[in-house]
Design a protein around this ligand. Structure first.
Ligand code: ARG
Length: 655
């Protein structure tokens, strides 16, 4: 049984007697910041007092008079202006802990009303190498899927890969004109990635040259605006509004300068290379040609379709290899190409329903209060990303009838999803929870999006390799420093390093508020101290080592159903924290935030440290106490392992 839901139930009944809506008030029952105020605190007396027109303290006393927490909490106390302080009874904690100890699910109840979720995550565009941004969608989506499943829901994971977009027009064009046949034969995916980059470079060059002048003009204008604002306000004390304006203008100028510099850099790169500039001169219309190749593919042109069928499987194999390393799998991989034949029908359906209409030759969905419509068919008949997403949603509803569809995608697509969800409601999918699980950018130490020196996004594979290489160092140093000398064979070290390295990368991502940007740092993510996977894995291995050292037979311990004693504050605090696992899962799933689970695990590991420093386990005063403390150790290890498993992270028995 989880504590918070149980408290909420008890308060729900108590509040019913006052004839108020309990739901908004129940959210104000929280853990106490200070043990002085008990374990939990109900802080709703103020708003409730206002609602009832009575002093908050009186209201709190009235609630307490109606509150039945017998056998669960000590007598509630009303403090100060009306805080209700609750202390959980030790015998209740012991009972719960004893049943959690005997339970595979560690005492976490399965959802009373299971829902069906479709989770759309990872979704890279194939034929382009995966990069650092993909770690976020992949880790967060996988963690949420695992946690939802553990919570008792039905989860269908679907990798909506981009396997039908312009990048195929690009590699088809690249293959026809620039392919190194030898390289293609020995490693086709690598050669395709090279062709993709080369075509991208040439397109950027020509498009960039066409844009250069207007960009430079815009920058000059921005500079002039800034200069004017500065000179007209010179010597004056600026009010807030004026200051804001100047700093906005300054930002515009800086951004313009950066953009222009980046563009010039790209152009210079081609100009400085005789080989590349020759290619650029020979392919002046590359951008249009690429669009034509894509359009031909979409029109089922035989030759382009054949090439697409040839390119796709090796690209998918490479993807699969990355997922294997990451320990991520999907129930379905229905990419954009799967919906190709359904696009015309979905547009017709929307037009028939009156949701979409023609405008200037194109078909759009217009939204009240929104300036920009959602374009679903271009004038030339081409369909768009949004069209595919509508067809995908229609298919998912028909196939799986989900209660919720979660899209774990970069914040830059917020507008797209807002449109998609509004359109879906207009199409009659009002009862389904549609949610964009948005996330921020991975930054380099300079605070800008994490890029290689050449300015490309950092490739995912090289990221994994580097994390594992650095983890190997950590594992080696740790092993060498052991008081009794190193314990691990080279093979063991290598295996541990792979687990620790990948875990560090995932955990660093998951432990952030997903909506914030975060700075990527190998040193931080592999630190032995702090809220890192390495610390959590180490904590786990340390608990396990007690069992090895004491030659404790865990099965026998579990079978003997030992009594648990909570006589010291450290034992009690650890026990209470162990019972909060279910609560942490609830919090995590409420707004789909894995960082609430990582911070719970971190708190748990810290409680365990305090316990371990204060309470001898193998050398406990009595054998009964030893058994009791071993129960706490075992539950800690199992909770950490389960918690990490829900995050998609493996533990190691030794480190
Ligand atoms: N392939 C897309 C991209 O890389 C992400 C797809 C996300 N899922 C979706 N149903 N739109 O931007």
């Amino acid at each position: 049984m989880s504590i918070l839901p149980e408290l909420e139930n008890r308060f729900r009944s108590a509040l019913a007697a006052l004839e108020v809506d309990p739901e908004p008030l129940l959210g104000m029952i929280r853990r106490s910041q200070d043990p002085k105020f008990g374990d939990y605190q109900a802080n709703f007396a103020m708003p409730l007092g206002k609602q009832l027109g009575k002093p908050p303290r009186d209201v709190a006393c009235e609630v307490v008079a109606n509150l039945n927490v017998d056998g669960f909490c000590e007598a509630p106390e009303v403090a100060g202006p009306g805080f209700i302080n609750l202390r959980i009874r030790n015998d209740w904690i012991v009972d719960q802990l004893t049943s959690a100890f005997a339970d595979e699910r560690l005492g976490v109840p399965a959802a009373a009303e299971p829902r069906t979720y479709v989770v759309d995550f990872s979704a890279p565009n194939v034929a382009k190498p995966m990069h650092v941004g993909h770690i976020r969608s992949t880790s967060i989506g996988d963690a949420l899927s695992r946690t939802l499943r553990f919570a008792g829901h039905k989860v269908i994971t679907d990798n909506h890969i981009g396997d039908w977009g312009t990048q195929f027009g690009m590699i088809i064009y690249g293959y026809r004109h620039f392919c190194d046949t030898e390289a293609y034969r020995s490693d086709s995916v690598r050669e395709l990635a090279r062709l993709y980059r080369l075509v991208r470079q040439l397109m950027d060059y020509h498009d960039g040259k066409a844009k250069l002048e207007s960009m430079a003009r815009k920058l000059t204008e921005a500079e002039e605006r800034l200069e004017e604002a500065v000179s007209t306000t010179e010597g004056q004390k600026l009010d807030k509004k004026a200051k804001k304006l100047v700093s906005k203008l300054r930002k515009d100028v800086e951004e313009g300068q950066e953009e222009l510099a980046a563009l010039r850099g790209k152009i210079a790169e081609i100009n400085e290379s005789p080989v590349l500039s020759k290619l650029a001169a020979e392919h002046p219309n590359i951008s249009q040609s690429v669009l034509q190749e894509t359009a031909k593919l979409h029109a089922n042109d035989g030759e382009n379709l054949r090439l697409w069928r040839e390119f796709l499987p090796p690209c998918l194999d490479v993807l699969e290899e990355t997922y294997r390393r990451l320990g991520v799998s999907f129930d379905h991989t229905l990419g954009e190409s799967f919906y190709h034949d359904r696009l015309a029908a979905i547009v017709d359906e929307l037009v028939e329903q009156g949701v979409a209409r023609e405008s200037d030759g194109a078909i759009c969905v217009f939204f009240e209060g929104h300036e920009v419509p959602m374009l679903i068919r271009k004038k030339d008949g081409a369909f768009l990303y949004a069209t595919t997403d509508l067809a995908t949603l229609r298919y998912r509803m028909q196939e799986w009838a989900p209660d919720a569809v979660l899209y774990v995608v970069d914040f830059r697509q917020s507008m797209h999803f807002e449109h998609l969800f509004t359109a879906a409601r207009l199409m009659g999918m009002a009862d389904t929870e549609l949610k964009h699980i948005s996330f921020g950018t991975v930054l380099g130490t300079d605070g800008k999006p994490f890029k290689t020196r050449a300015g490309d996004a950092v490739g995912l594979e090289s990221l994994l390799d580097e994390a594992v290489a650095r983890a190997a160092k950590v594992v080696e140093e740790n092993d060498e420093a052991k008081p009794g000398g190193p314990e691990l064979s080279p093979e063991q070290r290598a295996r541990i390093a792979e687990t620790v390295g990948i875990a560090a990368l995932k955990y660093a991502d998951l432990s952030q508020n997903r909506e914030s940007d975060y700075v990527f740092s190998y040193d931080k993510m592999l630190a032995m101290n702090g809220n890192t996977a390495t610390y959590m894995q180490y904590a786990y291995a340390r608990v396990r080592s007690i069992f090895a050292k004491g030659e404790v037979d865990v099965e026998a311990l579990r079978a003997s159903r030992p009594r648990v004693y909570l006589d010291t504050p450290a034992e009690r605090a650890l026990a209470l924290e162990l019972l909060r696992f279910g609560e942490a899962i609830d919090f995590c799933l409420k707004d789909y935030r894995p960082n609430l689970l990582t911070s719970y695990l971190f708190d748990l590991a810290n409680c365990y440290s305090t316990f371990f420093e204060n309470c001898p386990v193998l050398k406990a005063e009595t054998s009964e106490l030893r058994q009791s403390r071993l129960v706490l150790c075992d539950l800690t290890a199992r909770t950490i392992r389960k918690g990490l498993e829900l995050l998609g992270i493996n533990v190691v028995e030794k480190m």
